[in-house]
Design a protein. Structure first.
Length: 133
């Protein structure tokens, strides 16, 4: 499972920037439609403390990176991306360690991406074996 995470969180961006870039729940579906113009598979995770796009590592990210060009993004790839996402799911990457809302937010993000037919086999495995387990 080779994944790539591009985004920002409380460690990489100031609060005002995170607030400006937060995608409200009702805007996630249109945002996924926009993402699908640039990549075949992907998930958008947007909370008050993070905006991250999860992709297959081999995806052409040129256009996605262009959309984020003015933003100080972090990048995690390969095995590290899977470990990072599991740390996010368990609240270890949250401002308040152990915060438990993020797991539900991840589940919702993956469910919405699935409803838009944006889950690749790798993303589906991550969802069913790790996030939904």
């Amino acid at each position: 499972m080779s994944l790539l995470v591009l985004g920002l969180n409380h460690r990489t961006a100031a609060l005002d920037l995170r607030e400006r870039l937060t995608i409200e729940k009702e805007q996630l579906a249109p945002s996924l439609d926009l993402l699908s113009r640039y990549v075949e598979h992907g998930v958008i995770v947007s909370t008050c403390n993070r905006l991250e796009i999860v992709l297959d590592e081999d995806a052409d990210t040129t256009e996605v990176r262009a959309l984020l060009s003015d933003v100080p993004i972090h990048e995690v790839s390969g095995e590290d991306a899977t470990v990072y996402l599991l740390r996010v799911a368990t609240g270890l990457e949250s401002m308040v360690r152990g915060e438990d809302q993020i797991l539900g937010q991840l589940r919702e993000a993956f469910k919405l991406a699935e409803s838009h037919c944006l889950l690749s086999p790798s993303l589906r495995i991550l969802r069913t074996r790790r996030i939904e387990a």
